[in-house]
Write a protein that binds this ligand. Structure first.
Ligand code: IDP
Ligand code: CA
Length: 497
């Protein structure tokens, strides 16, 4: 009997030791599996693909390089800006007198692009050049010069090892729509039930407004997209000549015209420039654009004299918007159909540069107006001392540009004090600049599918780890069951724990 009891005690001790050992092994195995699962699923060295878009704007050209993980082309939000380079000097449209030099002006930035993209990816990297309102205006004024400029930049880009996809003037509608795609792609708004942002783009020679709307009364202002399984019905309009540089020319030309015939124009007093500002300008620099009429004058130059009076400036700027005629239910200005604005808007490019400089990106419309009034009243000497490092051309124009932006948004697009805070002034979203270029590339490379790709239940890494753990657990349980229930005892009985 004692022997039997001793045997049982021994057996029990053995079983306990075994259970402890098994448990230790299970825990160790568990840790091992998780470690292997994690290490195995650690992102491998990512393989990136690249694309290049040149934004040939009216004031200057920028070269953008985008990159995305090679195996995730069609996932939303995967493409990011890797590098941007501002071409020195003015925009390509300024080469109208010497078109053959337009191409070579891009050299420095294109050489940078060669450095930034791994050599083995060069030949498969698409490169696009899109020209905007500066070239649209040149085409209107001098078609052959615009063609020569495009030929020059096209030929130059083809000397690089990238996959050249063309150099063209994009339409105002494309500029608006692709800006809208960029902002919403980067904000991850596609493929979700979430609403989209409208897009407001202000350049030197044109401005664009784009937002989702239910009803568009004019066919010229409609664009439809199906992206990631959702239909988007867009309103878009691009106002040629309503970029801030051209509006300045229009406003100066109006003042000159109103003085013309009265006296010789020696000094042109301007409420939109600071008191003490006094610069000699050529008439040619104002009247050299299809946006302003012709003027026959014997004089070549005039003095541009600042007054620094915001209310008068506001009155002058308002005159560039023709608000009386509208054959639709609602208009923005110049008889252009526009549904009432609604929802959030991202305002970028010069909207951002100017509002950021003036510290007007937050706060109410009233506050923005009163702050701008104070800023415009500062003498030019004070302004120069306050901002010694800011480019003088920009500095001189911020009072005018700020006034134009507030007037365009309020009187032009019909934003009010109530929805003013729905406008967000943005430069970048994540690493990427807001602008039309990213949307343009996504569209041309078919990187935004019409239908959302089917998503697996779990991400790959999670799936592998889960399956490993599950199989290990099942295996351990089987082992445990075998050991505990099937092992014959010394007395021929089955040992039950
Ligand atoms: O730092 C800045 N401060 C103020 N304005 C800027 C700054 N950087 C760029 N801009 C302005 O932004 C505008 C950009 O226009 P862009 O060259 O894209 O013309 P486009 O889109 O009409 O063809 C120009 O008026 C340029 O002077
Ligand atoms: Ca632009």
């Amino acid at each position: 009997m004692d022997e039997q009891r001793e045997m049982k005690v021994k057996n029990r001790t053995m079983v306990r030791t075994m259970i402890i050992t098994i448990t230790v092994f299970i825990v160790l195995g568990f840790i091992l599996m998780v470690t292997i699962g994690v290490v195995q699923n650690k992102p491998l060295q990512q393989k990136y693909k690249y694309g290049i878009v040149l934004d040939a704007g009216s004031s200057h050209t920028s070269v953008y390089i985008y990159e995305w993980p090679a195996e995730k082309e069609n996932n939303t939000g995967m493409v990011q800006q890797k590098h941007a380079c501002n071409v020195k000097g003015k925009g390509i449209s300024s080469y109208s007198d010497k078109p053959t030099l337009a191409g070579a002006s891009l050299k420095e930035c294109m050489d940078e692009a060669c450095e930034a993209i791994p050599v083995h990816r060069h030949s498969e990297t698409p490169i696009y050049l899109g020209a905007t309102a500066g070239m649209r205006l040149l085409k209107l004024g001098n078609k052959s010069a615009s063609e020569e400029v495009l030929k020059s930049v096209g030929q130059f880009l083809q000397t690089y090892p990238f996959s050249y996809q063309g150099a063209r003037i994009i339409t105002g509608q494309e500029e608006g729509a692709f800006g809208w795609i960029t902002v919403n792609y980067l904000s991850n708004n596609f493929g979700k039930a979430s609403t989209t942002f409208g897009a407001l783009d202000l350049g030197g020679a044109s401005t664009q407004i784009t937002f989702v709307t239910a009803k568009v009364e004019s066919q010229d202002n409609t664009i439809d997209f199906r992206l990631y399984g959702n239909d988007y019905h867009l309103y878009t309009h691009s106002f040629l000549c309503y970029g801030k540089d051209q509006v300045l020319k229009m406003s100066l030309s109006k003042s000159i015209n109103s003085k013309h015939g009265q006296t010789d124009i020696i000094a042109l007093e301007d409420p939109c420039f600071h008191e003490g500002y006094n610069v000699t300008m050529t008439f040619q620099s104002v009247f050299n654009s299809p946006c302003v009429g012709r003027l026959n004058l014997t004089q070549n130059t005039f003095t541009h004299v600042g007054l620094g009076k915001w209310s008068e400036c506001h009155t002058v700027v308002r005159k560039v918007f023709q608000k009386s005629e509208c054959k639709y239910s609602t208009c923005s200005f110049n008889g252009v159909f526009q549904p009432p604005v609604h929802g959030n808007f991202g305002a970028f490019s010069a909207f951002y540069f100017v509002m950021d400089f003036l510290n007007l990106t937050a706060g109410s419309l009233d506050k923005a107006q009163s702050k701008l009034q104070e800023y415009c009243a500062l003498p030019w000497n004070t302004i120069k001392k306050m901002y010694p490092h800011v480019k003088e051309k920009y500095l001189a124009e911020y009072c005018f540009s700020g006034t134009y932006i507030l007037t365009l948004l309020e009187d032009g697009y019909n934003f009010t004090s109530d929805n003013w805070n729905y406008i967000r002034f943005i430069k970048k979203i994540g690493e990427s600049d807001a602008g039309w270029t990213l949307g343009y590339m996504l569209n041309l490379t078919n990187m935004i599918p019409a239908e959302a790709p089917d998503k697996p239940l779990l991400p790959y890494g999670g799936y592998v780890t889960f399956m490993l753990l599950l199989s290990f657990l099942i295996l351990s349980l089987c082992l445990l069951a075998y050991k505990c229930f099937c092992r014959p005892t010394g007395s021929g009985q089955r040992d039950v724990i």
